[in-house]
Design a protein. Structure first.
Length: 131
Protein backbone atom coordinates (compact mmCIF):
# COMPACT_ATOMS: atom_id res chain seq x y z
CA UNK A 1 0.00 0.00 0.00
CA UNK A 2 0.96 3.64 -0.36
CA UNK A 3 -0.72 4.95 2.81
CA UNK A 4 1.64 7.48 4.37
CA UNK A 5 4.25 7.05 1.61
CA UNK A 6 3.59 10.38 -0.08
CA UNK A 7 6.65 10.22 -2.35
CA UNK A 8 5.41 6.90 -3.77
CA UNK A 9 1.88 8.32 -4.13
CA UNK A 10 3.29 11.20 -6.17
CA UNK A 11 5.24 8.84 -8.45
CA UNK A 12 2.17 6.67 -9.07
CA UNK A 13 0.09 9.81 -9.71
CA UNK A 14 2.57 10.95 -12.38
CA UNK A 15 2.21 7.62 -14.15
CA UNK A 16 -1.58 7.85 -13.93
CA UNK A 17 -1.61 11.35 -15.42
CA UNK A 18 0.20 10.23 -18.56
CA UNK A 19 -2.27 7.36 -19.00
CA UNK A 20 -5.27 9.62 -18.39
CA UNK A 21 -3.91 12.17 -20.87
CA UNK A 22 -3.71 9.41 -23.47
CA UNK A 23 -7.34 8.53 -22.67
CA UNK A 24 -8.45 12.19 -22.73
CA UNK A 25 -9.81 11.97 -19.15
CA UNK A 26 -9.45 15.55 -17.92
CA UNK A 27 -11.85 15.12 -15.00
CA UNK A 28 -9.70 12.49 -13.32
CA UNK A 29 -6.52 14.41 -14.17
CA UNK A 30 -7.87 17.36 -12.17
CA UNK A 31 -8.48 15.07 -9.20
CA UNK A 32 -5.01 13.56 -9.41
CA UNK A 33 -3.39 17.00 -9.54
CA UNK A 34 -5.29 17.86 -6.36
CA UNK A 35 -4.18 14.59 -4.73
CA UNK A 36 -0.58 15.38 -5.67
CA UNK A 37 -0.93 18.82 -4.11
CA UNK A 38 -2.25 17.22 -0.92
CA UNK A 39 0.71 14.82 -0.86
CA UNK A 40 3.17 17.68 -1.23
CA UNK A 41 1.34 19.50 1.58
CA UNK A 42 1.85 16.46 3.83
CA UNK A 43 5.56 16.59 2.93
CA UNK A 44 5.57 20.32 3.84
CA UNK A 45 6.65 21.21 0.30
CA UNK A 46 4.30 24.15 0.04
CA UNK A 47 5.44 25.56 -3.32
CA UNK A 48 4.88 22.20 -5.00
CA UNK A 49 1.57 21.75 -3.18
CA UNK A 50 0.35 25.12 -4.42
CA UNK A 51 1.57 24.42 -7.96
CA UNK A 52 -0.41 21.17 -8.24
CA UNK A 53 -3.55 22.63 -6.64
CA UNK A 54 -3.37 25.41 -9.24
CA UNK A 55 -3.07 22.77 -11.97
CA UNK A 56 -6.24 21.16 -10.60
CA UNK A 57 -8.08 24.52 -10.62
CA UNK A 58 -6.95 25.16 -14.19
CA UNK A 59 -8.47 21.85 -15.27
CA UNK A 60 -11.67 22.31 -13.26
CA UNK A 61 -12.28 25.78 -14.73
CA UNK A 62 -13.16 24.29 -18.12
CA UNK A 63 -15.69 21.76 -16.83
CA UNK A 64 -19.45 21.88 -16.54
CA UNK A 65 -20.85 22.41 -13.04
CA UNK A 66 -21.65 18.71 -12.62
CA UNK A 67 -17.99 17.79 -13.29
CA UNK A 68 -16.72 20.37 -10.77
CA UNK A 69 -18.12 18.69 -7.67
CA UNK A 70 -14.66 18.19 -6.11
CA UNK A 71 -13.34 21.66 -6.95
CA UNK A 72 -14.24 22.93 -3.48
CA UNK A 73 -11.70 20.56 -1.94
CA UNK A 74 -8.98 22.28 -3.98
CA UNK A 75 -9.88 25.64 -2.41
CA UNK A 76 -9.73 23.99 1.02
CA UNK A 77 -6.27 22.62 0.24
CA UNK A 78 -5.08 26.02 -1.01
CA UNK A 79 -6.41 27.50 2.24
CA UNK A 80 -4.43 24.91 4.21
CA UNK A 81 -1.27 25.73 2.24
CA UNK A 82 -1.65 29.43 3.06
CA UNK A 83 -2.43 28.61 6.69
CA UNK A 84 0.75 26.53 6.96
CA UNK A 85 2.79 29.38 5.47
CA UNK A 86 1.28 31.91 7.91
CA UNK A 87 -0.79 33.72 5.27
CA UNK A 88 -3.99 33.64 7.28
CA UNK A 89 -5.90 36.21 5.19
CA UNK A 90 -5.33 34.21 2.01
CA UNK A 91 -6.21 31.02 3.87
CA UNK A 92 -9.54 32.51 4.97
CA UNK A 93 -10.35 33.78 1.45
CA UNK A 94 -9.82 30.33 -0.05
CA UNK A 95 -11.77 28.58 2.71
CA UNK A 96 -14.69 30.94 1.98
CA UNK A 97 -14.32 30.51 -1.81
CA UNK A 98 -14.94 26.79 -1.31
CA UNK A 99 -18.38 27.51 0.12
CA UNK A 100 -19.48 30.21 -2.31
CA UNK A 101 -20.92 29.08 -5.63
CA UNK A 102 -21.55 31.96 -8.02
CA UNK A 103 -24.71 32.50 -10.06
CA UNK A 104 -24.06 31.71 -13.69
CA UNK A 105 -25.02 34.03 -16.49
CA UNK A 106 -27.40 31.35 -17.79
CA UNK A 107 -30.16 31.90 -15.24
CA UNK A 108 -30.46 30.26 -11.86
CA UNK A 109 -27.77 27.61 -12.33
CA UNK A 110 -24.83 27.85 -9.95
CA UNK A 111 -21.12 27.50 -10.63
CA UNK A 112 -17.97 27.59 -8.51
CA UNK A 113 -15.68 30.59 -8.86
CA UNK A 114 -13.24 30.30 -11.76
CA UNK A 115 -9.69 29.40 -10.88
CA UNK A 116 -8.61 32.95 -11.65
CA UNK A 117 -10.80 34.11 -8.76
CA UNK A 118 -8.80 32.25 -6.12
CA UNK A 119 -6.53 34.57 -4.16
CA UNK A 120 -2.86 34.00 -3.60
CA UNK A 121 -2.52 31.04 -5.92
CA UNK A 122 0.87 31.97 -7.35
CA UNK A 123 4.04 30.16 -6.45
CA UNK A 124 5.68 31.71 -3.41
CA UNK A 125 9.25 32.92 -3.66
CA UNK A 126 11.80 34.33 -1.25
CA UNK A 127 13.17 33.26 2.10
CA UNK A 128 9.74 32.24 3.44
CA UNK A 129 9.34 29.73 0.63
CA UNK A 130 9.47 26.03 1.57
CA UNK A 131 10.37 23.29 -0.89
Amino acid sequence: TYVGDYEKQILVACEAISRLEDAGDSVNIAGIFSDMGDSYLKLNRLDSALFYQNQALRHFSGFSFSDRKFEGAVYTSIGMIHKESGEFGLARENFHARQRPCPSSAGSAMRWPKSGQARGTGTRTGSASRR
